[in-house]
Design a protein around this ligand. Structure first.
Ligand code: AMP
Ligand code: GLY
Length: 442
C-alpha cells in the first residue's frame, strides 16, 4: 500500500512513525514544506514545496500510485485537498473542504452549534463591520472578551483581553483593523478555567475518543509570555486529566458527537478523519474554545505513541466506516511531550541555528519539526524545532524522561521545564477546585 503523508512537522513525524510500525509495512511518501530528516528516514519519496498547491499534489499522487493520503495540517484541508484526492479515488484521512470549515471558520463553527442547538459556546457575536462592536465589548465587560478573526490565521488571529488587549481602545483598534481588511470576526466571552484537547477518530458516523491531552500554549514557565503553536503537552495513564470530572469528559464527548451529526446534515458529506475539540473546563462546566479538523501538534505525539492498535488498521476502519471501540486501544501509560524551540521564539526567533542531537539517548522518542539537515548538520529554522516525548507509568516519570532527554539537545534553544511537573499539575487542580467551589457557593 502506498501512503502519502502531507505535512512535515513533528505531528507528521509521529504519523510516519506510527505507519512505519504497522504490520502491513506500507510504503510511505511525503509532501512537505521542509526536509524533515525524521520523516525522510521512513519514506520512499519526499517532495518539498507548497503543500497547498493542489494540482501539483494530485499529479504526484498519480506518479507515486498513492492509495491513501493522511493530511496533517489545516491549510491543505482549507484548499480542498481532500476533495481533489477523493475525486481521483484516493482514500483520505482528513475531511473535505466544507467539513473542514469547522476549523477554518470560527463563525461557521459557532453558528453551526447554535443552528443545531448544541450547547457549549460562550456568549458570542459575529461582526463584519464596526456597528455595535463597542456596545458588545462593553456588555462583556472590561477584560471579559476575546476577539477572533475568521479564517486561518496561523494562530495569530485570536486576541485575548488582559493578555493581548489591554484596554477598550486596543480592542476597538484590532476590530477596526479587521473590519478595514474586510475580515469577518467573532467577539466572545472570555472563559476562565483549564483547557484540554479531546481528539476523536471519525469514520463518518462513529467517533472513537483518544486519550485527553493538555497542551501549553504560552511560551514561558507558569503560562507566561506570548502564545505559541504549543510548547508541550501531557496525558495520564487513565486517559483523562487529573482536574476533569466524569461529567466534564462526557460533555466534551457529547459535543464532538453532536457536531459530527450537525456537520453531516449541514453538508451532506461524511467526516472521515480526526475531529479535535479544544475545550475549557470552567466553573459553569465545559465550553468549546474551538474545533480543529486534524491531529493536534503536539497532541499527536502523546496519543500515537501509546496507540496499541495498528494505526494503519485504524485508518482503514475510518475509511471503511467500520470504526469500533474494541479495535482501537491505547496503552495505560502517561506521556509528556516537550518542545525545544529557538531562543526568541515565537516573536523574534534565532534562525538557522546549528543544533546538536548526538548526545540524545533515545532517538525513538525524538520528533523533528522546524529543522533542516544540510551536509550532515542540523539547523533549527525558526519555529518549534524538536519535540521529546516521555512515556512512563506516571506523568512525573514521563516528565523526568523528557526533561533529561531534551537537555541532551544543545544549541540556542529553550523549553518549558514546568510542563508535566507535579507543581504545575497541582496548580491546575487547585484552580479548578477554587473555580468549582465558587459555583457551589452561589
Ligand atoms: P483558538 O485559536 O480559538 O484555539 O484560540 C487560541 C487560544 O486563545 C486558546 O488556546 C485559548 O487559550 C485562547 N482563547 C480562545 N478563545 C477563548 C475564550 N473564549 N476564552 C478564553 N480564552 C480563549
Ligand atoms: N495543539 C494546538 C494545535 O494543534 O492547534
Amino acid at each position: 500500500m502506498n501512503i502519502l503523508i502531507v505535512g512535515s512537522g513533528a505531528r507528521e513525524h509521529a504519523i510516519a512513525r506510527a505507519l512505519h510500525a504497522s504490520s502491513e509495512h506500507p510504503t510511505l511518501f511525503c509532501c512537505g514544506t521542509s526536509n524533515n530528516p525524521g520523516i525522510q528516514q521512513y519514506t520512499e519519496q519526499y517532495w518539498v514545496g507548497n503543500i497547498c498547491s493542489i494540482e501539483e499534489l494530485v499529479t504526484l499522487t498519480k506518479d507515486w500510485r498513492i492509495d491513501m493520503a493522511i493530511i496533517g495540517p489545516e491549510a491543505p484541508l482549507d484548499k480542498g485537498l481532500a476533495d481533489a484526492l477523493l475525486e481521483r479515488n484516493i482514500a483520505v484521512i482528513g475531511p473535505r473542504q466544507k467539513l473542514a470549515r469547522i476549523e477554518t471558520s470560527k463563525s461557521f463553527a459557532r453558528t453551526l452549534m447554535d443552528k443545531y442547538q448544541i450547547p457549549g459556546s460562550p456568549d458570542y457575536r459575529v461582526f463584519n463591520q464596526l456597528f455595535g462592536v463597542k456596545e458588545y465589548l462593553q456588555e462583556l465587560g472590561e477584560m471579559g472578551y476575546v476577539i477572533k478573526a475568521d479564517g486561518l490565521m496561523s494562530g495569530k488571529g485570536v486576541k485575548v483581553a488582559g493578555d493581548h488587549l489591554h484596554s477598550l481602545q486596543d480592542a476597538l483598534q484590532y476590530c477596526e483593523e479587521l473590519s478595514d481588511a474586510n475580515q469577518i470576526f467573532v467577539i466572545e466571552e472570555k472563559l476562565i478555567g483549564q483547557e484540554f484537547s479531546l481528539l476523536c477518530f471519525c469514520d463518518g458516523e462513529h467517533l472513537i475518543p483518544m486519550p485527553i491531552v493538555q497542551d501549553h500554549k504560552r511560551a514561558f514557565i507558569n503560562d507566561e509570555g506570548p502564545n505559541t503553536g504549543g510548547m508541550g503537552s501531557y496525558s495520564d495513564t487513565d486517559h483523562r486529566l487529573p482536574f476533569l470530572t466524569d461529567a466534564d469528559i462526557q460533555t466534551a464527548l457529547d459535543m464532538n458527537e453532536a457536531v459530527i451529526k450537525a456537520l453531516t446534515i449541514e453538508t451532506g458529506q461524511k467526516y472521515v478523519g480526526i475531529l479535535y475539540g479544544s475545550f475549557i473546563a470552567t466553573k459553569n462546566g465545559v465550553k468549546l474554545i474551538e474545533y480543529n479538523a486534524r491531529f493536534g501538534d503536539p497532541e499527536a505525539m502523546n496519543v500515537l505513541a501509546i496507540l496499541e492498535s495498528d494505526f494503519l488498521a485504524v485508518c482503514k476502519m475510518m475509511i471503511a466506516g467500520t470504526l469500533s471501540s474494541e479495535q482501537v486501544c491505547f496503552a495505560n501509560l502517561a506521556t509528556v511531550c516537550k518542545y525545544a524551540v529557538p531562543q526568541g521564539y515565537p516573536d523574534k526567533p534565532v534562525k538557522n541555528a546549528l543544533i546538536d542531537i548526538s548526545q540524545v539517548l533515545h532517538p525513538e522518542r525524538i520528533y523533528f519539526a522546524a529543522v533542516d539537515e544540510r551536509y550532515g548538520k542540523l539547523y533549527a529554522t525558526g519555529s518549534r524545532a524538536i519535540a521529546v516525548l516521555g512515556v512512563a507509568s506516571n506523568i512525573f516519570e514521563a516528565e523526568q524522561f523528557a526533561e533529561e532527554e531534551i537537555n541532551r539537545i544543545t544549541g540556542p534553544l529553550f523549553h518549558r521545564k514546568d510542563i508535566g511537573t507535579r507543581e504545575l499539575i497541582d496548580q491546575r487542580i487547585r484552580q479548578m477546585i477554587l473555580l468549582r467551589k465558587v459555583e457551589y457557593e452561589i
